[in-house]
Design a protein around this ligand. Structure first.
Ligand SMILES: [Zn+2]
Length: 463
């Protein structure tokens, strides 16, 4: 009894130590300028003399003033906007610089950037702290929203939304659902055979990926993600490059299994997106009711036609060479990458030819260095698109895809545009990114103001 009491007495101390460490993390971030510097609620910011890229138009507006109240854009005007000029109103002179919507990365894995594949199966506490630090960097690169297509990201999302750690808005999928041997099944051969109804593999316990080999299993796993707050459900419909036992040519889930996920998601008011490269995998997914295809790099003309006809989204990534070269020469993964990479140009050409609804993302995995090139990967779209088209894709077009989450949209309100009534996720760029898209490759230098949800996370313009 006495021992028990004594033990209990330490608990407050442990809690204080923990809170103190969080406070110290917060202090460090403030030093970097990552903590919001305006109070929430009724905060008012007046940005004067900016030229606006609104997320839709291919040209900048003339000089404008813009008033942000709370988390929304209240007014945009060419004339001066009257404010009460009280101490709580932050007035910033944009000096003729460019104001644009915060960037959106529609294929991100917030939990899988700084860790190695082995570490991702390790200490969840450590991995969450790493992911929190990376989320702050992501926001400071000007990415105010990410669509997370696989990983145990619910805790990170909650911490960001609660203001514990600065980071982007996260549209979480939770665990990727895969078949035995499919893309996302990172078990080893020594883990086989799986006892049906037996214990979960480590990746499943952590919520990174779930193996499902029947419509019933798919339903359970999909509903578990929805229960945790998934805004969409992600399955892998075909083989992948980075997973050890899934050749890229294979189709994995049966149509009935895919349809089970689609039914679960649609009953919940949202949608299913699938990882798929080949025409067979893409066409089967579409037949099952899937709304978004991730990658699609090995698609053919007939598949592109089908996607156009049915209004299916293509969520594409201009995968950087560095990612392909990162797979060791002679490895299975490298051979698969060599097969997929030439498909990037082919698929972008098909997407343009058939006017597919095309979203943009990076799919950075296991590399902090590549993550730092998030803006450069966006700028690399100019191999196929004009700078304005690339910027429109990463703002208003990506936001259009996010709307598919319906009532499961965690951030109702307009994203990806600068217009009255839209959510105030805004960047001020020192220069014109339409004339020089390379500006977005160096966000530390060129993004002089970063606002998310009406709160200022960076401001080197002064007030
Ligand atoms: Zn991915």
């Amino acid at each position: 009894m006495t021992r028990k009491l004594k033990h209990g007495q330490y608990r407050p101390l442990v809690l204080v130590a923990f809170l103190l460490s969080l406070w110290q993390v917060g202090q460090a971030q403030e030093a970097q300028g990552a903590s919001p510097s305006t109070p929430s609620g009724g905060a008012v910011t007046l940005l004067q003399n900016v030229r606006i890229f609104d997320g839709k138009s291919t040209t900048l507006s003339g000089p404008r003033n813009i008033l942000v109240r709370g988390n929304k854009i209240e007014r945009i005007s060419a004339n001066p906007i009257a404010t009460d000029r009280s101490a709580t109103t932050v007035i910033i002179d944009g000096g003729g610089r460019t104001l644009m919507p915060g960037l959106i990365d529609n294929h991100w894995h917030a939990m899988l950037i700084r860790v190695t594949p082995a570490e991702s199966l390790g200490d969840a506490g450590y991995n969450n702290l790493l992911a929190g630090a990376e989320a702050t960097d992501t926001l400071m690169r000007g990415f105010t929203t990410v669509r997370d297509v696989g990983g145990p990201v619910f805790g990170l999302k909650r911490a960001i939304d609660e203001g514990v750690v600065p980071g982007p808005r996260i549209y979480p999928s939770g665990a990727v659902i895969t078949v035995t041997s499919g893309h996302g099944d990172f078990r080893q051969l020594t883990d086989l055979p799986r006892a049906i109804g037996g214990p979960l593999a480590r990746m499943e316990q952590l919520g990174g990926a779930m193996v499902a080999d029947s419509p019933d299993e798919v339903r359970v796993r999909a509903r578990e993600q929805l229960m945790q707050g998934a805004s969409q459900i992600k399955l892998t419909a075909g083989g992948g490059v980075s997973s050890p036992f899934s050749p890229v040519d294979v189709s994995t889930f049966t149509e009935a299994e895919l349809r089970a996920a689609v039914e679960a998601a649609e009953n919940w008011g949202t949608y299913v997106t699938v990882h798929a490269f080949t025409p067979a995998a893409i066409q089967r997914a579409i037949a099952a009711g899937v709304k978004v295809i991730e990658h699609g790099m090995l698609m053919d003309e007939a598949t592109a036609q089908l996607m156009a006809k049915k209004g299916i989204w293509l969520s594409m990534q201009p995968l950087p060479e560095g990612l392909r070269l990162g797979f060791p020469e002679g490895s299975v993964q490298r051979a698969k990458a060599d097969e997929v990479w030439p498909g990037i140009t082919r698929t972008y050409e098909l997407a343009k030819k058939h006017k597919l609804k095309t979203a943009w993302g990076t799919d950075v995995l296991f590399s902090r260095v590549l993550a730092q090139q998030q803006g450069a990967i966006l700028a690399s779209l100019t191999r196929w698109y004009t700078p304005a088209e690339a910027l429109i894709m990463a703002t208003s077009t990506n936001a259009e895809l996010l709307v598919l989450s319906g009532k499961r949209n965690p951030y109702p309100g307009k994203l990806g545009v600068v217009e009255e009534g839209a959510l105030a996720d805004l960047l001020v760029v020192d220069g014109d990114p339409i004339a020089n898209i390379k500006l977005i490759e160096d966000p530390a230098k060129n993004f002089v103001l970063i606002m998310k949800d009406g709160k200022i996370y960076k401001n080197t313009l002064g007030r």
